[in-house]
Design a protein around this ligand. Structure first.
Ligand code: PLP
Length: 368
């Protein structure tokens, strides 16, 4: 099917922050599978974990326990400081799970989401995704979603009604253009939700697992959501998603399920990725190299650049015009870039990227 607009290269292998195409050309990967390959391509811990688990047990039903799923759940409870984990297989599925959980525990139906939000392509997650282009062919979607401007807590306060089950927010908007809210925004939203008995869902699908210079982006504001969605980098490249929730916020028996959710192979990959992030101090590395990257990008010509913004290695360069020519030039010169919201270069490289590789990327962007 022709739903993807693909770049004209075919990739064959990867190592750290570099990928190689079928003709042997190499590229510094500043997209990382869209914020997935945080530990780099084919990290030995992830590869070893998958190999070892594949020889032991690849899949069993959630009608049974496995040690490895329990081990990962315990690790996620520790990292997120939440109480319960439900495993699934993708970001959109994590959002679906979060929305269902919110409806189930609140006995309310509606959601308040933000403009420029992106939460996924399934019918539920699309209902709280703002962009008209993604929604139009699929209406009617789930009823009861209201969109308010991002970074405007007052607008959230005014939109919550007695039917609002939850407010759903990306702590930094990714697809919407790497939009970073002001320091108090998330704290104000938390208070509004507390005052109105409304659940708060954070979508950390793109911002999780060290991407922004903390394990999870919520830590920058100190705000604890009631439900948190994660995926992308969670499996070190292996498809996986999950939601974490606070004490008392949980599905009843039989309310929700996933055949593959928390599958042994995915859990092994995830534990391998988490070990790599911990042992190689990649959260700290993300913060330091992110600061360096942003500083270097700020030296780009102001004639072309509207804004450079970033937290850790989640960086946006807003351009005055579209980015297509820059993407093509960069690719032809060994750098893979991504454009979002028409004119924002989104830089989300593997967290293992080096200073030298960052220097090379900035030089290529400058030339382009
Ligand atoms: N939420 C956010 C913030 C995302 O960035 C994405 C994907 O880009 C999703 C949800 C959906 O994730 P998936 O593509 O794994 O379904």
């Amino acid at each position: 099917m022709q739903n993807y607009t693909r770049q004209p290269i075919a990739l064959k292998r990867g190592d750290g922050a570099v990928v190689y195409d079928v003709d042997g050309n190499q590229y510094i990967d500043c997209l990382a599978g869209i914020a997935v390959n945080n530990v780099g391509h084919c990290h030995p811990y992830v590869v070893h974990a998958i190999k070892k688990q594949a020889e032991q047990l690849i899949h069993v039903s959630n009608l049974y326990y496995t040690e490895i799923q329990t081990e990962l759940a315990e690790k996620l409870v520790e990292l997120t400081e939440m109480d319960r984990i439900f495993f699934c297989n993708s970001g959109a599925e994590a959002i679906e799970s979060a929305m269902k959980l919110a409806r189930s525990v609140s006995n309310k139906t509606d959601f308040v989401a933000t403009e420029q939000s992106f939460h996924g392509r399934t019918m539920g997650s699309l209902s709280v995704t703002h962009k008209e282009k993604f929604r139009r062919p699929f209406t009617p979607l789930i009823q009861g979603a209201t969109f308010v401007p991002y970074n405007d807590s007052q607008a959230i306060a005014e939109s919550i009604t007695k039917n609002t089950a939850a407010v759903i927010i990306e702590p930094i908007q990714g697809e919407g253009g790497v939009n970073i809210p002001s320091g108090d925004y998330l704290r104000e939203v938390r208070k509004i939700c507390d005052d109105t008995d409304t659940l708060l869902i954070f979508d950390e699908v793109q911002t999780g697992f060290g991407r922004t210079g903390e394990w999870f982006c919520k830590q920058h504001s100190g705000v604890q959501p009631d439900i948190m969605a994660m995926a992308k980098a969670m499996g070190g490249g292996f498809p996986m998603g999950a939601i974490a929730s606070k004490k008392g916020i949980t599905f009843d028996k039989g309310e929700h399920a996933s055949t593959f959710g928390g599958n042994p192979l995915a859990c092994a990959a995830s534990l391998g990725a988490i070990k790599a992030i911990e042992e190689e101090s990649l959260v700290q590395h993300s913060k330091e190299l992110g600061d360096y990257f942003v500083e270097r990008l700020k030296s780009l010509s102001r004639e072309d650049v509207v804004d450079v913004r970033g937290q850790g290695l989640m960086i946006g360069v807003e351009l005055k015009s579209g980015c297509k020519d820059i993407l093509n030039y960069a690719r032809e010169n060994g750098v893979l870039l991504n454009c979002t919201s028409d004119s924002v270069l989104r830089l989300v490289p593997p967290l293992v990227i080096t200073r030298e590789q960052i220097d090379r990327v900035v030089d290529i962007i400058e030339q382009a």
